[in-house]
Design a protein around this ligand. Structure first.
Ligand code: NAG
Ligand code: NAG
Ligand code: NAG
Length: 399
């Protein structure tokens, strides 16, 4: 009798302990909230229900998306989650976006917003099924275009980790950050065809203390673009290509833009892209702003068309008046230890604003050869007097 009771207590104890250790009570599984995971029926409602339950819970909570195929329309995973300390989304599934653009309106596909302590991880794939939408993209032709949905949008988040997930064939950008503070992206894989329009890998805007580490990005547009009002951004260990390279800008498009400061791009490999590292500002910027303290260090280029480029005459549409010159001031810019090959002779192209010349541009240990062909490479400088040190291939601008 006593032995049985002890055994019973022990079992009860183990059961409770197991529950605590595995944290079952804090895990919100989308399947338990009705997700079918058959890749056909729209599981958006179940996803939202699981998120809502987690968000209204307390402590460290988890949302689980088990391994399966899911069809999902636009969803907003929003806070505030007042009593939640952290919320981890284990995304182990393969998510396919619905393809009827009428479902989206102004929504992106998956949006996380207004939470603190979000972790998104689990090895899953977000497939935007963009091929069905790319022909509806008019943003390459006109400025006021209907913007298509971004695969993963992060809005007003503090202390976020996004790690070990894949984004595939987004309709527009793959990932977009707006008003994020303290965000780390790591071990990301982002893929879309070279010909797909505006499928930028990661676009960062109005955000502070953002890092992207060891990630592989190949798209039809910028692998990473850093927009206005951004501060303390580190990009490191990124493999980029195909695409348009790693870009700061375009800046100077909108009225309310604030300065950009403290950008480090380092230890990256860029292969067969249109640009390597680029700073671009609109020629007809409506207001003045400044972008400064930007460093590009230890970058390897393989057959890149424009490996190092500053373009302050950016105007992809015909509406810009060529009479104006960019009012974005660029200063304190360091290009260091950049080597590899360029497919065009002008390996270093620095076109600064006529009205506001660039200040303190440094080039140190640059070695860029022409490939194929192996002929000489050269530099073009407008409205800038760079300072040089170490190896210089191409030779400096003779100003
Ligand atoms: C993020 O932090 C800022 C500054 O502390 C705060 O004002 C804001 O409310 C926080 N955002 C969220 C979603 O908690
Ligand atoms: C340059 O940016 C870094 C962050 O990337 C920051 O720590 C440093 O203080 C900035 N320097 C200046 C002079 O603004
Ligand atoms: C750079 O090299 C190309 C090919 O040799 C040549 O056509 C071009 O005029 C050169 N540009 C400058 C600025 O020297």
């Amino acid at each position: 009798m006593r032995v049985e009771m002890k055994l019973c207590l022990l079992l009860l104890y183990l059961f409770v302990l197991n529950g605590i250790v595995s944290g079952d009570s804090d895990t919100f599984d989308v399947v338990k909230y009705g997700a079918r995971g058959d890749g056909v029926h729209d599981d958006s409602k179940a996803f939202l229900a699981a998120w809502k339950a987690a968000c209204e819970s307390s402590g460290a909570v988890k949302v689980l998306i088990p391994k399966a195929n899911y069809m999902v329309g636009p969803v907003k995973f929003y806070g505030p989650c007042d009593k939640v300390k952290s919320i981890t989304v284990y995304m182990k599934g393969y998510l396919k976006a619905t393809t009827d653009l009428k479902d989206y309106g102004t929504y992106d596909w998956i949006t996380f917003g207004f939470v603190e302590g979000l972790t998104l991880t689990g090895g899953g794939t977000f497939d935007g099924q963009g091929a069905a939408s790319w022909s509806f993209n008019s943003c390459r032709l006109k400025k006021n275009c209907q913007v298509l949905p971004t695969n993963l949008k992060f809005v007003s988040l503090n202390d976020t980790v996004v790690r070990g997930i894949t984004s595939l064939n987004s309709k527009f950008f793959h990932m977009g950050l707006v008003d994020c503070n303290n965000f780390m992206g790591r071990d990301l894989k982002i893929t879309a065809p070279e010909t797909s329009p505006n499928t930028d890998g990661i676009h960062i805007e109005r955000s502070t203390t953002v890092s992207v580490y060891s990630s592989i990005i190949g798209t039809g547009d910028d692998c990473i673009s850093i927009g206005h009002s951004s501060y303390d951004i580190t990009i490191s260990g990124v493999t980029c290509g195909p695409g348009h390279g790693i870009s700061i800008g375009s800046l100077g498009r909108y009225e309310k833009e604030k300065d950009v400061n403290g950008i480090v791009v380092k230890d990256c490999t860029i292969t067969e892209t249109m640009n390597g590292v680029r700073i671009k500002t609109w020629e007809d910027s409506p207001v003045g702003s400044q972008a400064s303290n930007m460093t590009f260090n230890n970058i390897v280029m393989h057959r890149v068309s424009n490996p190092i480029i500053i373009d302050q005459t950016y105007c992809p549409y015909t509406s810009c008046t060529s009479a104006s010159s960019s009012r974005v001031k660029l200063k304190d810019i360091y290009f260091k230890n950049i080597r590899g090959t360029s497919t065009t002779p002008v390996a270093v192209l620095l076109e600064c604003s006529k009205g506001l010349p660039c200040e303190n541009v440094f080039l140190e240990n640059i070695h860029l050869e022409l490939s194929p062909g192996g002929g000489p490479t050269n530099s073009t400088c407008e409205n800038v007097k760079p300072q040089y040190s170490g190896t210089q291939i191409p030779p400096p601008c003779n100003t």
